[in-house]
Design a protein around this ligand. Structure first.
Ligand code: CP
Length: 313
């Protein structure tokens, strides 16, 4: 039976979600898309709510789109800057969070380099928590906006052949995307150099291959991943030039995919490393559509979590 009522207070990972819950988020995001096309881009949905962005790692797309999404729903959005906070004076993460909680936010959106921080905050705080990326574990709203973009462009997710290529080991996006897309009935192939493939890659539920040509062949969707130099403690490829030569998505390689392939990338892109510029900007790329859809998806997530409080006017 299809679930029709959202009951979760937190969004911590895709692994927790049922297919019906994913569909609820994607369907709600569909209805929020048109707000961006209005002359006055504002609805009163979250008026009176206070949302707090706690980003302990850099972000352009996720932090901005959460803020824009919150403001489009008339919520008050407060950005916490870890660089200028009392964490620099030695205050712990939990003390910081408890002090911020004392100011009565309704929802906290957190990004942290350590896996599990959003779960820890959800267990300790009374407000809702959204995971905006924790270490290499999960980035659930990125996977939701990727799925939304695929469904928007292809009309479905079930039965599609999807390749996710690059630095899989360090990618929370890859983990959340494999979990989501396989739950929705897609066949997912993970590809990259052996030195960037986690030992448990097959256990994630995807096929694994080490050749980009093989990974791209006959795919409906190709998602390229950023090489995450900041998370690499050892050298995992000889040089950028060689990485581009063996693992970048180029026009020649893309020609092996289906004729109507779409290309995704969560950003930020390393042009000339994992993706050629003419492919990133070319006719098959939906990369900026992903970014636009991210606002509607985050509006949907905040709307549904807020509704679970049962206090909506
Ligand atoms: N996709 C993504 O998480 O981008 P940002 O790091 O810019 O938020």
């Amino acid at each position: 039976m299809k679930r029709t009522v959202w009951t979760r207070k937190h969004l911590l990972g895709i692994a927790d979600l049922e297919v019906a819950e994913i569909e609820m988020i994607l369907d709600s995001a569909d209805s929020f898309l048109e707000v961006a096309r209005r002359p006055i881009k504002k609805v009163p949905t979250l008026r009176g709510r206070t949302l707090l962005g706690l980003f302990f790692e850099p972000s352009t797309r996720t932090s901005s789109s959460f803020e824009i999404a919150a403001k489009r729903m008339s919520a008050d959005w407060v950005n916490f800057s870890s660089a200028s906070s009392s964490i620099k004076k030695g205050e712990t993460l939990l003390d910081t969070a408890k002090n911020l909680e004392a100011m009565a936010p309704d929802l906290i959106v957190v990004r942290h380099a350590l896996a599990g921080v959003p779960d820890m905050l959800a267990a300790e705080l009374s407000c809702g928590v959204i995971n905006a990326g924790d270490g290499a574990r999960e980035h659930p709203t990125q996977a939701l906006l990727d799925a939304f973009t695929i469904r928007q462009r292809k009309g479905k997710i079930q039965g599609l052949d999807i390749a996710i290529i690059g630095d899989v080991e360090h990618s929370r996006v890859a983990r959340s995307d494999v979990a989501l897309l396989t739950k929705m009935g897609a066949r997912v192939t993970l590809a990259g150099p052996r030195s960037m493939m986690p030992p448990d890659a097959e256990a994630l539920g995807a096929e694994v291959c080490y050749s980009i040509e093989e990974a791209v062949r006959d795919k409906d969707v190709v998602m390229m991943l950023r090489i995450q130099l900041e998370r690499q403690s050892r050298k995992v490829f000889p040089s950028v030039k060689e990485y581009f030569e063996f693992f970048a998505l180029t026009r020649d390689r893309l020609a092996k995919a289906k004729e109507d392939v779409i290309i995704l990338h969560p950003g930020p892109m390393n042009r000339g490393v994992e993706i050629a510029s003419d492919v990133a900007d070319g006719p098959y790329s939906v990369i900026l559509h992903q970014v636009a859809n991210g606002v509607a998806v985050r509006m949907a997530v905040m709307y549904l979590l807020d509704g679970a409080r049962g206090e909506r006017a």
